[in-house]
Write a protein that binds this ligand. Sequence first.
Ligand SMILES: CC(C)(COP(=O)(O)OP(=O)(O)OC[C@H]1O[C@@H](n2cnc3c(N)ncnc32)[C@H](O)[C@@H]1OP(=O)(O)O)[C@@H](O)C(=O)NCCC(=O)NCCS
Length: 258
Amino acid sequence: MFERLREDIQSVFHRDPAARNAFEVLTCYPGMHAIWIHRLSSALWGMGWKWLARLVSNFGRWLTGIEIHPGAKVGRRFFIDHGMGIVIGETAEIGNDVTLYQGVTLGGTSWNKGKRHPTLEDGVVVGAGAKVLGPFTVGAGAKVGSNAVVTKAVPAGATVVGIPGRIIVKSDDEQEAKRKAMAEKLGFDAYGVSEDMPDPVARAIGQLLDHLQAVDGRLEDMCGALKDLGSPYCAKDLPELREEDFACVKGKDESQAS
Ligand SMILES: CC(C)(COP(=O)(O)OP(=O)(O)OC[C@H]1O[C@@H](n2cnc3c(N)ncnc32)[C@H](O)[C@@H]1OP(=O)(O)O)[C@@H](O)C(=O)NCCC(=O)NCCS
């Protein structure tokens, strides 16, 4: 229990530069009080004491202005900054190291029973006043801008802003993974083709790999269409690019240079 408490306090220090000492955090952070009360209400909910759980949760709401349904699942090091006006629905699921600011709603868009609230994976940050509505997943490390209204799944690492929410930054990891897959297919070492690489040749290779990937995708689609029309054309395999081919070119270049 004390371990969790220490973790909670540390998570405030990590994410709020205004926090000065542990006593201040323990006494002046309604977000932490709401989380502790939720732990109690969630335990009661799990034991089948549903009404009591709701009562405790409602008490937490009076005290902090933060409403967390006792059925909501919350991970570790959850941090709610300022807190007032937050609503977290019954079937919401929150991973580890998630941060919410004031006025956030993790709500539903239907009155159906069952999963109707979002799942926030580890490290998600939801800005002040944002509404995340529906039973979809906001991927690990994603950011939701203040006042955004998000009604569709958000990929890991992406940033979503506006109404309706639109992605402004696609996850670098996703792009990087695609490039790596393409580079491996070609027999290249993916070394040196990342976005932040200053080498212009490496960047050019990166662009070529992106383009090749797009062409590959289109070819796959065309092959699918041809197959549907009964053509055997795409049964032939493409010639493979082997690593030795590149080693050979490299060797030739080196001998020319000497
Ligand atoms: C969404 C957010 C995480 C983006 O941060 P970032 O990755 O540093 O992005 P930038 O600030 O470089 O902004 C990128 C673009 O998105 C726009 N943008 C940023 N936040 C926005 C928002 N909430 N709504 C609409 N557009 C937004 C910027 O104007 C910029 O547009 P441009 O490229 O046309 O100039 C951040 O702006 C945010 O809203 N954080 C929540 C913070 C919060 O709620 N704090 C409360 C403290 S009490």
